[in-house]
Design a protein around this ligand. Structure first.
Ligand code: ADP
Ligand code: MG
Length: 313
């Protein structure tokens, strides 16, 4: 499979001594929708910014679609679109100007730039706001404006640093649809997010980074399969006289109407539900204890040491 991004032994030490990236190596294939997860301060933005030339690595190399990021800078710049974590457009300009001016940076003719800006602003539902000062846009609109701006030179690798932070769920979902469509059209996308549900919904690959080190990097499906739900929460219609005993699971009392159910290995929820019925356990609702990715994330980030990962930097 063709590589869209290949990072080898990347290190970044800021001038104040902070080591933000500690020997990061990873590969992203063409067409991947890649999630980069990690707690605050993990190094996600540093990694994204280093790929996009906003920060300079201390060591290591980056290849984008086979081009060396340092030696073939202009080519690589033309391939990358960046949506940074912080708003960084001129708030006194309007969305149309912001997108058109960005295109001009890439040497795109004004007539072409205007057409593309119009198409993108329409697609991102910002056309009605094209002439208002950017400072008057809502948070969600500002994020979408940064996406429009990042796409105007038609990059093939899109880097999104927390694009949905603070965006309400409805707008977030329309952004998901937009990004999914771009990905289906062939764009490679790397996304950092704190919404694990977002990563699980959109992405086919995932890496977890903590303290500048990649802890895991794999296909989403593979990681999740190894972390099947083992615990569920059930809401009862009526309190039970005694804690039930059913082969294949363990009931943990939470409150009169709520139990945690641990499903033991080799047993299926479907078969157990039939058993519940027979034991007159009337269930109102069954829900996951946790988002599966959340469980995985917490395990890696909080128990990294026990797994033998180097956590000191
Ligand atoms: P994340 O995006 O995962 O929250 P960052 O890449 O922003 O993490 O930060 C990684 C580490 O580098 C943190 O310890 C942060 O404080 C530090 N850091 C980030 N930017 C700078 C900077 N410009 N100067 C010094 N340290 C920085
Ligand atoms: Mg960040």
């Amino acid at each position: 499979m063709e590589s869209a991004l290949c990072i080898q032994n990347l290190c970044k030490q800021y001038k104040n001594g902070t080591v933000a990236l500690n020997d990061v190596s990873m590969n992203v294939n063409v067409g991947d929708f890649f999630a980069l997860l990690g707690p605050n301060g993990a190094g996600k933005s540093t990694l994204i910014n280093t790929i996009a030339f906003l920060s300079k690595q201390t060591a290591g190399c980056i290849n984008v679609y086979g081009f060396d990021q340092e030696r073939q800078k202009n080519k690589v710049k033309s391939l990358i679109g960046l949506v940074p974590q912080e708003f960084n457009f001129n708030i006194l300009e309007n969305p149309f100007e912001i997108v058109v001016n960005q295109a001009r940076f890439y040497g795109i003719r004004k007539s072409v730039a205007k057409k593309r800006a119009e198409a993108l602003l329409k697609e991102l539902d910002l056309w009605g706001k094209r002439s208002v000062m950017a400072m008057s846009l809502s948070g969600g609109m500002k994020r979408r404006l940064m996406i429009a701006r990042a796409l105007v030179h038609q990059p093939t690798l899109l880097l999104l640093d927390e694009p949905t932070a603070g965006v309400d769920i409805e707008i977030r979902k329309s952004m998901w649809n937009f990004l999914r469509e771009k990905n289906l059209e062939g764009m490679t996308i790397i996304l950092t997010t704190h919404y694990l549900e977002e990563a699980e919904t959109l992405c086919n690959k995932v890496a977890i980074i903590n303290k500048g080190k990649i802890l895991v990097c794999d296909e989403m499906q593979k990681l999740l399969i190894n972390h099947q739900d083992k615990k569920l929460i059930i809401d009862l219609q009526m309190p039970l006289p005694i804690s039930p005993e059913i082969e294949g699971c363990r009931f943990n009392f939470i409150s009169d109407l709520v139990y945690e159910v641990e499903i033991l290995q080799g047993y299926e929820l479907g078969a157990l539900l039939a058993q519940f019925d027979r034991h007159k356990i009337n269930i109102k609702a069954v829900r996951n204890l946790n988002n599966r990715l959340e469980t995985l994330f917490l395990e890696h980030v909080t128990k990294g040491k026990e797994y033998g990962y180097a956590t000191d930097v």
